[in-house]
Structures are given as structure tokens and as C-alpha cells.
Design a protein around this ligand. Sequence first.
Ligand code: G
Ligand code: G
Ligand code: MN
Ligand code: NA
Length: 250
Amino acid sequence: SAIENDLARAIRAEEFFLEYQPIVGVESRTVRAFEALLRWRHPEKGRIMPDVFIPAAEKTGLILPLGNWVVREACREAAAWPAPAGVAINVVGDQFKDRAFVGYVKQCLMETGLAPGRLTIEVTESVFSVDETVIRESLSELRSHGVRVALDDFGIGFSSINNLRAFPIDQLKIDRSFAQAMMESKRDADLVDIILKLGRTFQVTTTVEGIESEGQLDFIRQRGASEAQGYLISGPVAASDVMRFLSQSD
Ligand code: G
Ligand code: G
Ligand code: MN
Ligand code: NA
């Protein structure tokens, strides 16, 4: 397709950039990390969002060079932020199939000087449909190097609890659909409560996505969530706005 042909050119032309969405501690409300979100500045079509081009990148294998670019750019930009502010990047299954990926992440950390503990790799449960051994080994190697691993969009996937048992993770990101649903039904509120308890049981950081109101933030604070992300705090911002964010809420 047109978009698939255009992607290879766009990577060479460096038309991509990252925006950053803050993730705050629920109690302190100070910024702990930023999630890097990829955008494409197309010369004719303007700004293109990842849900449009990531599937095309996966289909063509261009997710490998593009994903590597995201790793390097996020490490490079985050290395300039005051510690301990971290950065989280989204990684898909195909990137782990490339056996050079974990080495590439370590190399980027070394070359940029970003401490490994300030980097989080976010994967969704779909990553576990890739060769289980490859995923387990890759995640273990990253974690033993000090990189954090987060399970993204948690709660909407299949066999979630088994994934918790089988794979080493540091953080659960509860899918943003729960932030709305928990305010509307007792059933969903109970489910969020259970997921947060599950997180405590496994001693992982629990982050609720899609927090858009003070009511939602209060709700998850009362139920012991660790972190919040969403429009109430801020949407994704330009890299140049990150520093202002950090000095503001330090
Ligand atoms: O804000 P936003 O529209 O950017 O995010 C849409 C989706 O695109 C989210 O599911 C997000 O995880 C995904 N996404 C954003 N940036 C990246 C990236 O660098 N790599 C991958 N694989 N997915 C990304
Ligand atoms: O799947 P992932 O969580 O990586 O994707 C992040 C996506 O969620 C981005 O598209 C981002 O713009 C969007 N997002 C971030 N905060 C909110 C929010 O509070 N409400 C909604 N509806 N979307 C959000
Ligand atoms: Mn994510
Ligand atoms: Na998510």
C-alpha cells in the first residue's frame, strides 16, 4: 500500500519524532516517568498517529528500524532529564524476534549514559503469542541489566493471570477503559480493586491509564494504585516541554 511504501522513505528522511506523556505518583502527584509516543510528521499529509502506521510497519518489517530509532531517541532525550525521571517505550513482539534487539537496547543505554533503571519497556499481552522462550529470555536479560518491564493495556487481554505467573515484570498498566468503567459500574470498580490487589501480591508497580478526572484519581488513590497517567495530569507533550514539567512538579 501507499503508506507501506512511504514508511521506508520516511525513516530515511527522519520524519518521526516522539511526544512524552507524564506518569505521576498517585500520592505525591509528581512526575516519575514519561511514556514516549511516536508521531510521523508527513510532508504532505501532516501529522500521522501510530495506530495508523505501526500496523503497516509491523506488516513490512520496518518496525525493526523504526523501533530501534525509538529506543535510541528516547534514551538520548531522557538522558538529559534530571534523574530519577524515567522514560517508557512501547515495544511489539516482532522486535524481540530480532535477536539483536536486547543488545541494541543495552548499547543505547551505554552510549547515551541513561541509567538502565530509568528505562521501562512496555509490552502488551499480545507479545506472548511470539515464541514464549524468546520473550522470556529477552525480558529476563533486560531485567537483569536493570531495565524495567511493564505489561501495557492490562485487563483487556486473554489469560492475564497466567502471564503474570509466567513472565517477569515490574509494572502493570491497567487499560484506560477501566478508568471510565470503574466510575460507572460496581462490577468494574471491583475488578479494578482486584487487579490492584493482584499487583500488590506480585509486588509490581500499578499504573492506571486514562485518568481524566479528580474523581477517578481519588478513586484509585483510595484503592492503593501507585501511579496515574491521563489527560487530568497531561496529554502527550513535545520533548521541549518535558523539562518545564519536571521543574514544575519536582
Ligand atoms: O497517543 P497515541 O495515539 O500515540 O497511541 C496510540 C497507540 O500507539 C498506543 O497503543 C501506543 O502504545 C502505540 N504507540 C505509540 N508509540 C509507539 C511506539 O513507539 N512503538 C509502538 N510499537 N507502539 C507505539
Ligand atoms: O496503548 P497505550 O497506553 O500505549 O496508548 C496511549 C494512548 O492513550 C495514546 O493514544 C494517548 O494519547 C492516549 N491517552 C493518554 N491519556 C489518555 C486519557 O486520559 N484518555 C484517553 N481517552 N486517552 C488517553
Ligand atoms: Mn503504552
Ligand atoms: Na495502554
